[in-house]
Design a binder for this molecule. Structure first.
Ligand code: MG
Length: 389
């Protein structure tokens, strides 16, 4: 969308708060397009292909990975952004980067790493995503990280503890940590990415869950939000009720659910924008969150989330694999902590030269960057035990 068609409350790259290290503008691309391109070319982005969403990477070729999840989030985010005249390039950049800090093995990996880092500042995957783009990527001669704009970094840091926000403030006064101390919101583009993430995983986890056989279409009948679309699809296409039609029934019901949720967000957000009429993005930041579902859709989405939590994320088969994944991460951390030379030379040097805090953080950064299969192989190399794959 040409920048002239943006709504007044959208982020305009010409009025960006800029980069940590100022750079001359690019001849043909806006600042947010550049951010998007830097993210796509990053090492961390390529690793997302081998990182778990719910199912471990080796469990099946058709399940979502962090990469395909991120692409789906970006696609949903852009559709909604265009309808609301928000900045599509910024939404795409934030959506593609939102999971860059995820550990191997999904939430299980992050929880264990957080336990291991107790006493060393803990581990938060949102803050880790920011660490990746601010410090850990090694691509430019003149600085660490990929030097993204304030607005993209603001969107990437979607949650942050008070302690970490205070720490960020000491490094960058008035920066991306400040809003957590002031109780402010991020831009509408950032708010949108957060919701697009939720819409995407609710839908694709149903799809992957049913495909894996861990949940069934029959069980999903207790979820009104999904069952409504299943019934609609069957009414229009009765042949989908046959065994051979079940795959298409699943896709059609999910497609209808996604569309309705997208239109719901657009309508509810337009209403909120109409009521508050923010003059610009700084006004947006001082208002309550404006991007969201209608109250009814919010309630129904919560029921779906609860269902997925109980029936899929806590399914004995999923729990069994994630227990092994926890063990892998816990043992890797202990081994590298005790003997940093087991890491590649750069990490080993940094861990050996630094204090206890630096050593632990170096180990956490190294493990967080691993793909599922790299972590499993490293664990096997170091312990002789093959727990996964
Ligand atoms: Mg996500």
């Amino acid at each position: 969308m040409p920048e002239t068609l943006l709504a007044p409350y959208a982020c305009d790259p010409a009025r960006s708060r800029g980069r940590r290290y100022p750079e001359p503008p690019a001849p043909t691309r806006t600042e947010y397009q550049r951010d998007r391109d830097r993210i796509v070319h990053s090492t961390a982005f390529r690793r997302l292909v081998y990182k778990t969403q719910v199912f471990l990477n080796h469990e099946g070729d058709l399940f979502r990975t962090r990469l395909t999840h991120s692409l789906e989030v970006a696609q949903l985010g852009r559709s909604i952004a265009r309808a609301l005249r928000l900045n599509e390039d910024l939404v795409e950049a934030v959506c593609l980067a939102h999971d860059l800090g995820h550990t191997p093995f999904g939430h299980a990996g992050q929880d264990v790493l957080n336990e291991c880092m107790e006493g060393f500042g803990g581990f938060e995957h949102n803050l880790q995503s920011l660490r990746v783009v601010d410090w850990l990527e090694e691509r430019y001669p003149q600085y660490d990280g990929i030097n993204l704009t304030f607005e993209t970094r603001e969107g990437i840091l979607k949650h942050c503890s008070r302690r970490n926000a205070e720490w960020l403030e000491t490094r960058e006064r008035g920066g991306v940590g400040q809003r957590f101390l002031l109780g402010h919101q991020p831009s509408l583009e950032a708010q949108l990415c957060n919701l697009a993430d939720e819409i995407a995983y609710n839908a694709h986890d149903i799809d992957d869950g049913v495909r894996s056989g861990l949940i069934t279409l029959e069980q999903l009948r207790e979820v009104p939000l999904f069952d409504r679309y299943r019934a609609q699809a069957l009414e229009q296409y009765p042949q989908l009720g046959q065994t051979t039609g079940r795959r298409r029934l699943l896709s059609e019901a999910i497609r209808r659910m996604l569309s309705d949720q997208v239109y719901d967000v657009i309508a509810a957000t337009r209403a909120a924008l109409g009521a508050h009429a923010p003059a610009d993005v700084d006004a947006v930041r001082r208002l309550p969150a404006l991007v969201g579902f209608s109250a009814e859709m919010r309630a129904q989405s919560r029921v779906l989330k609860r269902f997925l939590f109980q029936e899929l994320y806590r399914h004995p088969q999923v729990v069994q694999t994630t227990d092994r994944a926890r063990q892998v991460v816990r043992e890797l951390f202990a081994i590298y902590q005790a003997d940093p030379r087991q890491m590649p030379p750069a990490q080993a040097a940094s861990a050996l030269e630094g204090d206890a805090q630096t050593r632990a953080r170096t180990v956490a950064d190294f493990i967080a960057g691993m793909t599922d299969r790299y972590a499993a192989r490293e664990h096997e190399r170091l312990t002789g035990q093959r727990l996964l794959g």
